[in-house]
Design a protein around this ligand. Structure first.
Ligand code: GAL
Length: 130
């Protein structure tokens, strides 16, 4: 997977919500949406993997942390999806297109999210911050 990320320079404070709508490419094995402080300090790596039929969650702070593997890949390549990501002192919560929610702790102790990175294979069509 290409690791070329587009960065959005928008600071998200504690307790904020990010609604991301985007199109998943038809022919990809994996894509990722990363939230954190920068490409090398990622509090949440949200990584749907079609080659493994899973969603992997992890953090990156110089090295990858321990993967959390979620068995809930219920959205398809080629489709447009909306995911809602919230961040507060407890950590991250991702609401998937079928409204199933997954949580991930704030392992890096971030006080705000100032970086959004999206991999190849996912193109954002609209985005809303609350
Ligand atoms: C690696 C993969 C990275 C990232 C990481 C998450 O194997 O190359 O792109 O997904 O797992 O733990």
């Amino acid at each position: 997977m290409s690791e070329t990320y587009a960065a959005a320079d928008k600071a998200e404070k504690l307790g904020t919500t990010l609604m991301i709508k985007g199109k998943i490419a038809k022919y990809i094995d994996r894509f990722a949406i990363n939230l954190g402080e920068g490409p090398k300090k990622v509090g949440l790596h949200f990584n749907p993997r079609y080659d493994q039929s899973t969603i992997v969650l992890n953090s990156f702070d110089g090295e990858w942390g321990k993967e959390v593997v979620v068995d809930h890949l219920n959205f398809h390549r080629g489709s447009e999806i909306t995911v809602i990501m919230t961040f507060d002192s407890d950590g991250f919560k991702v609401t998937l297109p079928d409204l199933h929610q997954v949580t991930f702790p704030n392992r890096l102790g971030l006080s705000q999210v100032s970086y959004l990175g999206v991999s190849d294979g996912f193109s954002i069509t609209s985005m809303k911050f609350d």
